[in-house]
Design a protein around this ligand. Structure first.
Ligand SMILES: Nc1nc2c(ncn2[C@@H]2O[C@H](COP(=O)(O)OP(=O)(O)OP(=O)(O)O)[C@@H](O)[C@H]2O)c(=O)[nH]1
Ligand SMILES: [Mg+2]
Length: 195
């Protein structure tokens, strides 16, 4: 279970332009700036193939990465970023909604939340919607390197309990700094893909 190859395929803001090769897909969803692109880099052992930024709103379209020449990672634009216009936010929202509705190749969604904040209202909305759409979800609680050691366990227990209430089977604590959780996430993704 390893990512041997990752290739950036393209950035798409129109569903009609998506890659012609139909391969299984795993999508990465979460709030703006939560660390979606960083997670992809860590899983693939790359520094910045998926462009990251301390400025929220970096990823604005569907970014496709071909993994091991067999499946796609799809880095989604983040939601909940206040500093974009109402119009632009509606555009992203419609793009992501249509992507989830129309995609026949999506095998599962990696829902990333910030471990310091737990599930925000928008995260809850997202996970409920994914459950309704019967898409398998893996919750990744990221930035655990920033949790105070004394509270780490109780915070993660609470996130896990909420995940279970939402019908999500698995929650993995993760950090790009310590790489904690990387192997578990890779295992889950390959399992989702039946590899
Ligand atoms: N300490 C710490 N910082 C992280 C971690 N993951 C991401 N970051 C930082 O969080 C910021 C945002 O990361 P990105 O990966 O660009 O976030 P994103 O979700 O792709 O953001 P958008 O593309 O804007 O939606 C960057 O400054 C990262 O270095 C983590 O596990 N620990
Ligand atoms: Mg990003």
């Amino acid at each position: 279970v390893k990512i041997q190859a990752i290739e950036f395929i393209g950035s798409f803001s129109n569903l009609k332009q998506l890659p012609k090769a139909k391969l299984p897909e795993v999508a990465f969803a979460g709030r703006s700036n939560v660390g979606k692109s960083s997670l992809i880099n860590t899983l693939a052992n790359r520094k910045n193939i998926a462009r990251t930024s301390s400025t929220p709103g970096k990823t604005r379209s569907l970014n496709y990465y071909l993994i091991n020449e067999k499946f796609y990672f799809v880095d989604l634009p983040g939601y909940g970023f206040a500093k974009v216009s109402h119009h632009e936010r509606r555009l992203w929202q419609r793009l992501v909604e249509k992507y989830f509705e129309k995609n026949q190749h999506l095998r599962g969604v990696i829902q990333i939340i910030d471990s310091r904040h737990g599930f925000t209202d928008l995260d809850l909305e997202m996970v409920k919607w994914l459950a309704f759409a019967q898409l398998p979800v893996l919750v990744v609680a990221t930035k655990v390197d920033k949790l105070p050691g004394s509270k780490k366990k109780s915070i993660l227990d609470k996130i896990e309990a909420t995940a279970h209430e939402l019908g999500v089977a698995e929650m993995v604590p993760f950090s790009t700094v310590t790489k904690q959780g990387k192997v578990d996430i890779l295992n889950s993704i390959f399992h989702l893909l039946g590899k």
